[in-house]
Design a protein around this ligand. Sequence first.
Ligand code: UN1
Length: 483
Amino acid sequence: MSETYLNCIGGEWVESQSGETFANVNPADTGEVVGRFQASTAADARAAIEAAAEAAPAWRRTPAPKRGEILAAAARIIERDLDDIAEGLTREEGKTLPEAKGETARAVQIFDYFAQEGRRLSGETTPSEFERTLLYTVKEPLGVVGIITPWNFPVAIPAWKIAPALVAGNAVVFKPASNAPLTALRVVKALEEAGLPAGVLNFVTGSGASVGAELAANPEVRGISFTGSDTVGGRLYGEVTGRGAKCQCEMGGKNPIVVMEDADLDQAVSLTINGAMWSTGQKCTATSRAIVHREVLDEFTGKLVAGVEEIKVGNGLEEGVQVGPSIDEDQLNTVLEYIEIGKQEGAKLLAGGRRLTEPPLDKGYFVAPTVFGDVTNDMRIAREEIFGPVVGIIAAADFEEALAIANDTRFGLSASICTRDVHRAMEFADRIEAGMVHINSPTVGAEVQVPFGGMKDSSTGTREQGRVAVDFYTETKTVYFEY
Ligand code: UN1
């Protein structure tokens, strides 16, 4: 029997009013139920919002450096429990254990970074037009905020939303993805153990249709930060901003890597594999289009296919495995459908392209890492986010054409170029429509001290991470003080 986990509302660990739970299943071994979680209702979400509203005033009055100290204490707890958290992460999400450990270590960095933000939450002091007047600004918390996170980074993304929200003095209602709630719960437990006062962080598992919808609609919730699909994000943004609250959405990508004729091709191949395949391609920053100069197209393609064919797919808990399963059956079917679409559109299947069912892989949602050649940028596999280990190679005649193809997408999250020509690298950095640009670096990755987010349909609202992250969770007050 697997364990049943509870919601946390106002500091109490409680069952949902629905009396129902849902199963969190291991995608590498679907016979294993990692845990059962509360199938919460809108009423549970309302109770959490009320608890947050009650806790908010005292938390807001707590000096920001003190709030930061609690985050730092949580960082130490996550660090202490890192191996255990990472193992649970792999069991529920499927990414490999080294990836899960890396992500958990990143969460530690995030809590440490935002802990220090408690000492830097500064406004500005400016000269006034009037004599004997002190003119300054302060940052104030919004009040109650809702945080809705995806399953693909179940510890890092909760950390990078919750940490700035808390250090800025907000009370939080946190709804994690139903596919990876255990790791999310560990973040909540760490903050509880670190001494976060009751009600400042509330944890409610359940569907977007019940919990998410209440967060979106409830006037007490002054801001929502969401990472997930662009269909859900688009709707949420409309609803939340429509009632005058703030909404920050991080959504999809169709991230290109441009490989120029002067690139170090071995490096380009390894960056492409890293960006496209690790974490099973389940990153919004994943590389899904390799735009390659014709002069090196054959050589790059040969090396990429050879590299991809060597990837070891399997249960992420096993040593040596490099790519785990898709998160669930729906996602697996989506990936398989896109592979069919690619073939029908006339792209050439060069590697992978099928579900892996050799035992014990038949127990999970495994797809062979897939490479398509002869892709054109008008194909659906080049335009729509697949969220699986699939990359398409698109030929380009020169830099200008490569750049035009790279920008010909409604998304604008991340982009990479492989070249040894500094002028071209700078030209790319200037003209690419993406929130994050990588030069000889993979499209994936996010260091905590710099802003993270995209242009075009990839993101809305102010950026996450870096010092700018607190902007979303605060309002600015301007004070005119005549003395
Ligand atoms: C990364 O590339 O390491 O949901 C981070 C996502 C992104 C995070 C990517 N928000 O995939």
